[in-house]
Structure formats: structure tokens, C-alpha cells
Design a protein around this ligand. Structure first.
Ligand SMILES: Cc1cc2nc3c(=O)[nH]c(=O)nc-3n(C[C@H](O)[C@H](O)[C@H](O)COP(=O)(O)OP(=O)(O)OC[C@H]3O[C@@H](n4cnc5c(N)ncnc54)[C@H](O)[C@@H]3O)c2cc1C
Length: 304
């Protein structure tokens, strides 16, 4: 058996759901990306640790995937495996006094709905961000003036280097714009604890509906994308700069700067990651030339 087959058979027998013959295009909201050795979904923390140990022992490369809503995966695929928590490890628990504990595979949509059911306010901004708790902590996801930093108390993880379980409190999480202590990789985030405030469920729902409506009105949600392609440059907005450079609708292959929202690159159907990368580079060069501002991609690139 080759090393990836070893990992597949071991993890299958040790609490993981394993999918083979998968394309990264099936696991990412951009809907691009080539073949991956396997997608491994552990059903609990113990199975997650075993999956990581097995990759290490077999010398198999592994990366962590949430809902794939902020990643761009190489057309040549990934010659290793993904540990993906969506569809499992998605429990959400109310502890009391506004505190909720979530496993990393829970979607932000389900966490927001859970908070609403318990009349808890603070996470409304996250309604409509199509990620998991793990991905949102990793990215310090945010919208409409809110970010994970405002509500996160701590997060729990496995560290790859020494295979230890541990947790980071708010300070250690080192949260800033689209950055956390996890941003350089090396950890599997297992769960997070949020501190919310007791609120009025009618007001909470109204806020959530308003944010969702604003997304529907302004964002090209009918086409595959990874949301905002670029980080917000200091004191500016990537979308506004791109629009100012007349790049709305600019197309390379089947990748396009959305005519609806210039901050989004969309897949018109049949785009390759290469099309998207070329378009990212083109937009960066035009914006730099015309405004002097460097745009940095927000999306994480997964390469073979
Ligand atoms: C239509 C659309 C709208 C969006 N709007 C917003 C927005 O308003 N604000 C915003 O901040 N983002 C937005 N995004 C981007 C994206 O949804 C967020 O960044 C989200 O937090 C990513 O979560 P994910 O589970 O999809 O992570 P993924 O995309 O799967 O992964 C992102 C990164 O996190 C790492 N990661 C994921 N889970 C774990 C884990 N358990 N342990 C360790 N590392 C992990 C991955 O390795 C990767 O590096 C949008 C995306 C789309 C498609």
C-alpha cells in the first residue's frame, strides 16, 4: 500500500469518514481545484488526533479544510489529504450567562441561529458568512463592523508539532484583521467559546435579516466565489479601488471581476484556478500602477 492508502485504511477503522476520488473543486466554494488523495472527516477529537498521527507516521501531507469558502486550490490538486470538519464535530452547547461552546465543524449559520433561539446577541454580523467556526476563528472573520475578536473567549486545538491538545485564551489568540495565532498553520482548531449578551430575539432576528439582505443586494451570491478576494488595504476598500480602475467585469478565461461587487472574483462556470490566479495578478498590477496601493489576497492558496 502507498502512504496515502495506509492513512485511508487506518483512519477509516478509527472513527473517520473517508472520501476518495475527490476533487478540491467539490470542497471549495470557488468550485475549482484538482484531485486530492482523500478527504478525512473525524467524528470526534480522538479520531482527529489519530488522523493527524497517521499522516505524520506515513509522511503524508495534510491540510485542514472548513467549508472551503476562503480557499483557492491548485488545478494540479494536492498530493496529500485534507482533514475536513464540516458535517461532523458540529455540536453547539449553551453553558449559561451568555456563553456558548461550539465545535469547529459547526457552521456560522447554525451558531447564529442557535444564538437567536437563546436570545443571545453579538454574532449577528456572522450570519451569511458561509464558513465554519474553525475557519472563522482561523481568519478572525468579520463583517458589518463586527468580528470574531469581539465575541471569542478561547479556542481549543491540537498542535501538529507535538500532537498535544491545548487552548488559547483571548490574548494568546492574537486576533487582528483577518489574522489569528492559527494563521501560520500548524494547528487543528477543535472548538471555540463565545461570550454573547442577552438580547431581544426580535431585534436580533431583524439585525440578522438586515445583514443577509445587504449581502443579497450587494454580493454576487449566485456565482461561485470565495467572498472578498483581497484584504482591505489600510484606510481604503479593495472593491472601491478595483472599481475606480475600471476593472468591473474584467474577465480572464472564465474568471471575472464581478460586475455587481468589484471586490469579488467569480467563477462564471468552468473557470480554472489558473484563470483566477491570473486575474488576481492582473488586478493587483493595475491597482498598484493606478493608485500606488498593493492589494493582498485574503484567500488562502492550496498548492500541490
Ligand atoms: C459569498 C461569500 C461571502 C463571504 N463573506 C465574508 C465576510 O463577510 N467576512 C469574512 O470574514 N469572510 C467572508 N467570506 C470568506 C469565508 O467565508 C470566511 O473566511 C470563513 O471564515 C472561512 O471559513 P471556512 O470554514 O470556509 O474555512 P476554509 O475556507 O475551509 O479555510 C480557511 C482557512 O482556515 C483554515 N481552517 C479552517 N478550519 C480550520 C480548523 N478547524 N483548524 C485549523 N485551520 C482551519 C484553513 O486551513 C484555511 O487556511 C465569504 C466567503 C464567501 C464565499
Amino acid at each position: 500500500m502507498n502512504p496515502i492508502e495506509n492513512v485511508i485504511s487506518y483512519t477509516k477503522e478509527n472513527g473517520c469518514l473517508v472520501k476518495v476520488d475527490m476533487l478540491l473543486a467539490d470542497c471549495t466554494t470557488f468550485r475549482t481545484g484538482g484531485k486530492i488523495g482523500a478527504v478525512i472527516t473525524p467524528e470526534n477529537e480522538d479520531a482527529a488526533l489519530k488522523a493527524i498521527i497517521s499522516c505524520k507516521e506515513n509522511g503524508v501531507k495534510c491540510f485542514v479544510l472548513g467549508n472551503g469558502s476562503n480557499v483557492l486550490a491548485s488545478d494540479s490538486g494536492f498530493d496529500g489529504v485534507a482533514v475536513r470538519l464540516t458535517g461532523s464535530m458540529n455540536n453547539i452547547r449553551y453553558i449559561g450567562n451568555g456563553v456558548i461552546e461550539c465545535q469547529a465543524g459547526a457552521t456560522l449559520a447554525s451558531v447564529c441561529k442557535f444564538a437567536l433561539e437563546h436570545s443571545l446577541s453579538g454574532l449577528e454580523f456572522a450570519y451569511g458568512i458561509p464558513g465554519t467556526v474553525g475557519g472563522a476563528v482561523f481568519m478572525n472573520a468579520g463583517a458589518y463592523g463586527g468580528e470574531m475578536k469581539d465575541v471569542l473567549v478561547k479556542a481549543r486545538h491540537i498542535r501538529f508539532s507535538d500532537l498535544s491538545f491545548g487552548e488559547f485564551d483571548k490574548d494568546a489568540l492574537d486576533l487582528s484583521y483577518r489574522h489569528s495565532a492559527y494563521s501560520d498553520g500548524g494547528y487543528l482548531i477543535l472548538g471555540a467559546v463565545f461570550q454573547l449578551e442577552t438580547g431581544d430575539s426580535v431585534e436580533i432576528k431583524a439585525k440578522m435579516d438586515d445583514f443577509l439582505k445587504r449581502r443579497n443586494d450587494k454580493q454576487p451570491l449566485d456565482l461561485p466565489s470565495a467572498g472578498s478576494t483581497f484584504k482591505r488595504p489600510e484606510g481604503n476598500f479593495a472593491g472601491a479601488l478595483i472599481e475606480q480602475c475600471n476593472l468591473k467585469g474584467y474577465t480572464i478565461g472564465r474568471a471575472q471581476v464581478s460586475p455587481k461587487h468589484a471586490g469579488f472574483i467569480v467563477n462564471l462556470g468552468g473557470a480554472t484556478t489558473e484563470d483566477i490566479l491570473k486575474l488576481i495578478k492582473y488586478v493587483q498590477s493595475v491597482v498598484k500602477e493606478q493608485t500606488g496601493i498593493s492589494l493582498e489576497p485574503e484567500v488562502k492558496y492550496i498548492e500541490k
